[in-house]
Design a protein around this ligand. Structure first.
Ligand code: FAD
Ligand code: DHB
Length: 392
């Protein structure tokens, strides 16, 4: 026998969990299917920087208690190039706005706890296989759980299953916009206090490096590496020596400590259109990917879910499908703004090896110097970095 719900959500990442939480607050029932275990999704280390509007959403909808206690609010960030560090006062440039450091897995843990406490249904280790009947009134998700093939029938399906999920493939007549970068990021988590109170984005002739953090005792660091590199090629000693070479400046040096997580991430800009087909709506990484440099991926995933939850609420309240039909059109301006910012920010700090690499290096330095000299240029960067309230 098939199970029924109002909204079937595939994926318990930030997009799927926020959607389920917001729907619950509107009295709408959902079931989340997640292919991984609860333990796995709660430990998966990824993003760490939240825009102000996302923090405001989590707090105002009752899932921000631990965030308020444990998160680190940052009112500025640092650019580093040509051997000098420059602090950018984000809060001063974007009055009253700032960014917050709080690990994605902590957001995920808080949302899972809230959903389960409210009686929400999350089926872990339940892998979506296909979505069908999208153009009718009763779309179906077929999934496997404990080796059995099962069905979930819904009014609507939310494809929140990330970049490697199954939902995107069900959208007909798709057009993909894509750019793949010729480098990757090696990311580590280390048991050592941050060496600087705020983030450091460093442009260096050896390649990009980023100093960020998770808690007062845990530092997160990234460095640009060749796309074909494997983690095994990066011993702890090699990582620390490369990070120090790129981040150290006179009078300041990077503190090291035991590395507790290591991973390599490829870099891609990707938008899949349309973001919907019939009663299937794609949200988050299933529809778009940004290179991590601008810290926009999780924020954008949550932004989609805010739009979708609002449209579904309108549907169940008034019966109007109008906001659902407009879902993709309402999301795409923010998606493309984040695409531009992430591409630009990536281009500004990374080392390229193309034929025109030297030309690009001069452009990078020129743009960075210009921002330091021009308040309007710096303000434009800052308002995108902290996240725009409205994008048209
Ligand atoms: P995901 O988090 O990928 O969730 C999708 C879920 O679907 C997963 O749990 C997956 O297991 C599940 N799933 C997949 N297939 C199926 C299936 N068939 N059936 C059931 N379940 C399925 N973003 C920021 O905003 N700020 C940052 O600072 C930042 N830094 C980053 C740093 C790195 C190194 C990386 C890699 C990413 C970073 N991002 C950042 C991006 C961010 O992590 C992603 O954009 C975010 O995870 C997207 O959320 P999502 O819910 O759309 O997808
Ligand atoms: C983090 C990641 C980013 O890509 C970024 O730009 C800022 C912060 C992080 O993991 O903390």
């Amino acid at each position: 026998m098939s199970e029924r719900t109002q909204v079937a959500i595939i994926g318990a990442g930030p997009a799927g969990l926020v959607l389920s939480h917001l729907l619950h607050l509107q009295g709408i029932e959902s079931v989340i299917l997640e292919s991984r275990s609860r333990d796995y999704v709660e430990k998966r280390i990824r993003a760490g920087m939240l825009e102000q509007r996302v923090v405001d959403l989590l707090i105002s909808t009752g899932v921000g208690e631990r965030l308020k206690r444990e998160a680190m609010v940052h009112t500025g960030l640092n650019f580093q190039f040509e051997g000098e560090r420059h602090r950018i006062p984000l809060e001063e440039l974007t009055p009253g706005r700032n960014v917050t450091i709080y690990g994605q897995q902590e957001v995920v843990k808080d949302l899972i706890a809230a959903r389960l406490a409210a009686g929400g249904v999350i089926r872990f280790e339940a892998a979506g296989q296909s979505v069908q009947g999208l153009d009718g009134l009763r779309p179906v998700v077929r999934y496997t759980e404990s080796g059995e093939l099962k069905e979930l029938v819904a009014d609507h399906i939310a494809g929140c299953d990330g970049f490697h999920g199954v939902c995107r493939g069900a959208v007909a007549n798709s057009k993909v916009y894509e750019k793949v970068y010729p480098f990757a990021w090696l990311g580590i988590l280390a048991q050592v206090a941050p060496s600087c109170e705020e983030l450091i984005y460093a442009r260096h002739e050896r390649g990009f490096a980023l100093h960020t953090m998770r808690t007062p005792k845990l530092t997160r660091l990234y460095l640009q590496c060749p796309v074909e590199d494997r983690v095994e090629q990066w011993s702890d000693d090699r990582i620390w020596s490369e990070l120090s070479a790129r981040l150290n400046i006179p009078g300041w040096s990077l503190k090291d400590g035991p590395i507790v997580d290591k991973g390599i991430t490829e870099m891609r800009s990707f938008v899949h259109t349309p973001m919907q087909q019939g009663r299937l709506y794609l949200a988050g990484d299933s529809a778009h990917i940004v290179p991590p440099t601008g810290a926009k991926g999780m924020n954008l995933a949550i932004a989609d879910s805010m739009v979708l939850a609002q449209a579904l609420a309108e549907y169940y309240k008034s019966g109007s499908s109008e906001p659902l039909l407009r879902y993709a059109a309402d999301c795409l301006p923010r998606v493309w703004r984040a695409q531009h910012f992430s591409w630009w920010w990536t281009t500004l700090f990374h080392r390229f090896e193309d034929a025109d690499a030297q030309f690009q290096e001069q452009l990078q330095v020129s743009q960075l110097r210009y921002m330091l000299a021009s308040r309007p240029a710096l303000t434009s960067m800052a308002e995108n970095y902290v996240g725009l309230d409205r994008v048209v």
